[in-house]
Design a binder for this molecule. Sequence first.
Ligand code: GDP
Ligand code: MG
Length: 206
Amino acid sequence: MDFKGSDTLPGPRTEDHLPHTAQAAVKIVIVGGFGVGKTTMVGSVSEIKPLTTEETMTQAGIGIDDNYGSESKTATTVAMDFGRISITDQLVLYLFGTPGQERFWFLWNGLFEGALGAVVLVDTRRLEVSFDVMGRLEERGVPFVVAVNSFPDAPRYPISELRAALDLPEEVPIVECDARRRASSRDVLMTLMRFLHSLAVMGSAR
Ligand SMILES: Nc1nc2c(ncn2[C@@H]2O[C@H](COP(=O)(O)OP(=O)(O)O)[C@@H](O)[C@H]2O)c(=O)[nH]1
Ligand SMILES: [Mg+2]
């Protein structure tokens, strides 16, 4: 039989096994409108091979999904992306990338269950595609940070203007990122973890 030797197979990512020091696992959701970079972010930052369920866009999506600015994109995630990252030796994050399109909202209830926090990815060319997502998170009381994915042809705005446009309170962190870069995506998650920590500290001080 002509099995390829293991040396010719693509190697595993840095860590396929949970570090033995891991003590806590936390669920984080990565949300945002169509084409904002959710799959890219989970893929760049995950230590395990990310699991992605993609379905080629069908006629059913045309005219329903707002595709402005992402015309070249042919596939959209209809289920979710899944990945994992150890933020410290003790703390492991499980990442769930979830679709932002309205017609997939029925998937959301389960996906938000048990989520400690969320990253809302935005594209400055289409801020409005992330409004509803933020509203849903607020309704469910899931704290979030906003990550502005820096697409090269997207206009850049000062954070204060973005905050006003997104109608976000002062305490909600807004950061720029490049979802394709592992370090940048990791920084976003660190920002979220610091934010969650500050909320917990504030909560326990009450
Ligand atoms: N230039 C640039 N392109 C990106 C970035 N993030 C994602 N993309 C591209 O934008 C497209 C949509 O990203 P994807 O992760 O599939 O979006 P999703 O629908 O939110 O999962 C893909 O072609 C990505 O390669 C980024 O930070 N910079
Ligand atoms: Mg996707």
